[in-house]
Write a protein that binds this ligand. Structure first.
Ligand code: FES
Length: 235
């Protein structure tokens, strides 16, 4: 169990929840969260937005019963956290673009901070796409060299992937596919890593709910991922 330290509404449906939890999370990892005993039964997979020795925070969007329950939690309430789970984005250095759409922006705060801490000479450009209202732009700006925001359009229009050594992406599958095609067209499909936001039930590789098809056969997004080389998933 973790205590809720804050649970701030950022926009119509985005929230940032900070919890007291003694753990260190890798870039791109997620937790299974629940704040109920029975209904709606399954825990919800949420990416870590930030993490330190005593805290883990989560950026989430209210999209159904479970996340609506999260949005009503107050400081001092408790939540069950299972994690950190899954693999991580590769710990690379150089010029790196991180492209997030919707709540898929969440892992890139931690990823940008970790890479900058490990290799301050690395250049990190963040590309954040929102359907209606941008959130946390100041916080992302503090983590990266540049931040490009697109509201209501296509964030993939903003990036020239050929400028980068690596590109990381997380968000709607259609957005990630478009980015993969853009990378492939410029001869750099192999530099793109995607984080798959599949539906999950167990979060630990036991139920197959999160299966995704790859060139190597079916893989579990919760255990083999959520981070894959894009060419494995879309190639
Ligand atoms: Fe159960 Fe991935 S969520 S195997």
């Amino acid at each position: 169990m973790a205590e809720i330290l804050s649970n701030q509404r950022l926009s119509r449906d985005f929230y940032l929840m900070e919890t007291a939890f003694p753990n260190t999370t890798g870039m791109g990892q997620f937790y299974m969260l629940r704040a109920w005993k029975e209904y709606p039964i399954l825990s919800r997979p949420i990416s870590a937005f930030d993490a330190g020795p005593d805290k883990v925070s989560f950026l989430y969007k209210t999209v159904g019963t479970g996340t609506e329950i999260f949005s009503r939690l107050r400081p001092g309430d408790e939540i069950t956290l299972q994690g950190p789970l899954g693999n991580t984005f590769p710990e690379v250095s150089g010029s790196i673009a991180m492209v997030g759409g919707g709540v898929g922006i969440a892992p890139f705060n931690l990823a940008a901070r970790r890479i900058k801490a490990a290799s301050p000479e690395s250049r990190i450009d963040l590309y954040l796409g929102f359907s209606d209202e941008a959130v946390l732009v100041d916080q992302f700006s503090a983590a990266a060299d540049t931040v490009t925001v697109n509201v209501g359009g296509f964030i993939t229009d903003e990036i020239d992937p050929s400028r980068y050594d690596y590109v990381f992406t997380c968000g709607p599958e259609i957005m990630m596919k478009v980015l993969f095609e853009k990378c492939r067209a410029s001869g750099c499909g192999d530099k793109l890593y995607v984080s798959m936001e599949n539906r999950m039930a167990c979060g630990i590789g036991a139920c197959l709910v999160c299966s995704c098809r790859t060139v190597h056969g079916n893989r579990k997004a919760c255990k083999d991922g959520p981070v894959f080389r894009a060419a494995e998933v879309f190639g």
